[in-house]
Design a protein around this ligand. Structure first.
Ligand code: UT7
Length: 332
């Protein structure tokens, strides 16, 4: 009998920088206040990576090392390292290659994957596909972003939201049917008018003017993105349940991208899961873009049980969005 290989997460790890940027401190940069930020986003504080010359790879390496230290996996057995990120160390030269070499994954190949806030979710699909096909056995997926490197701390519409961090997950074959079960991934290019960095790419290379006019920072039309995020994240999550014949009672955890507490709650309401089943750490880290989903897994790892049904959902720039249904594969 041929057993279908599924791709399961077998270990997770995380890293967040020490520096805590509070709502109170933001009040000294821009016209805002703790009450507004808390009620509109759910965010109380976020982590910021300080230190000359430290980029996204610094956090990605630490998250991967945390994972390796907690698991039986050996770095030299890893076949592939994917770094999901919107803030690579350098525009050219994959951050993942630097990370792989630095963690001792000397037999791996490596590349970056960019789909804004959906990078890790899309990366789960990529990592799982390699494993399910039988082509590779150990795929390390890291979601890491140094959002503070692309945020304008004089723009109150964006600076209150984002933070820095990294999380990692190892994908391996599973013969008990655990791991990724189903996915529904979407995109729509209409989104780039509403959430983007205008300059620094091939359309508008950097010039003195682009720097002077703050065009290398994230621009977001929050209200529009909010509307798209609420309706799309909720509908793909609902689709995961209906097409897998699941009801809210079958779901142990909703693992939703941490962009805004109100978006997460709207998604939870639509699929009918109660608040104790909703993973939440936005109050501590803000929106860490590619790192939100693996940071949730690392923070909730102790509460996860083998066989638990998890629904992942994300929405981000592009627009990109989607949902994944995954069965958790181990007790920690
Ligand atoms: O992760 C990738 C995808 N991104 C998202 O999913 C983010 C989606 N968007 C959002 O989360 C929300 O739109 C924001 C948190 C960015 C903004 O919240 P909002 O409830 O949509 O606020 P708003 O932009 O409609 O602004 C409401 C009011 C405005 O004042 P008026 O025009 O009503 O007088 C803003 O000028 O709040 C004002 N405002 C602020 N006030 C204090 C905007 N930013 C701030 C601020 N502090 N930081």
């Amino acid at each position: 009998m041929i057993t279908k290989i599924t791709a399961a997460i077998t270990a997770v790890g995380k890293y967040v920088p020490d520096y805590i940027l509070t709502n109170k401190e933001l009040e000294t940069y821009v016209e805002t206040n703790d009450e507004w930020i808390t009620s509109r986003t759910g965010i109380k504080e976020r982590r910021i990576l300080k230190g000359e010359g430290l980029g996204t790879s610094y956090m990605a390496i630490k998250a991967a090392e945390d994972l390796l230290q907690k698991s039986n996996a050996k770095a030299e057995d890893i076949d592939l390292v994917i770094v999901a990120t919107a803030t690579p160390d350098l525009p050219v030269a994959a951050t993942a290659s630097y990370v792989a070499t630095n963690i001792g994954a000397i037999n791996a190949f490596s590349y970056d994957l960019q789909a804004a806030c959906s990078s890790f979710l899309y990366g789960m699909s990529t990592a799982a596909s390699y494993v399910e096909s039988g082509r590779y056995k150990k795929v390390l997926l890291i979601g890491a972003d140094k959002m503070s490197s692309i945020i304008d701390y004089t723009d109150r519409a964006t600076c209150i939201i984002f933070g820095d961090g990294a999380g990692a997950a190892l994908f391996e074959p599973n013969e008990e049917g655990l791991g990724l079960q189903d996915e529904y991934l979407r995109s729509d290019g209409v989104g780039r008018d509403f959430l983007r960095i205008e300059a620094g790419g091939s359309i508008m290379p950097p010039t003195e003017d682009t720097v002077k006019n703050n065009k290398h920072f994230v621009y977001q039309e929050g209200k529009t993105v909010f509307k798209y995020a609420v309706s799309n994240m909720a509908s793909v999550s609902e689709k995961m349940l209906t097409r897998n014949n699941l009801t809210e009672k079958d779901i142990q955890w909703l693992v939703a991208h941490q962009a805004n507490k109100r978006i997460i709650e709207a998604t939870a309401n639509r699929v009918g899961v109660s608040s104790e089943k909703v993973m939440m750490n936005i109050h501590r880290y803000g929106n860490t873009t590619s790192a939100t989903l693996p940071l949730l897994l690392a923070d909730y790892e102790n509460q996860l049980k083998k066989g638990d049904n998890l629904i992942f959902a994300a929405f981000g720039g592009g627009f990109t969005w989607g949902a994944i249904y995954l069965k958790w594969a181990y007790n920690s």
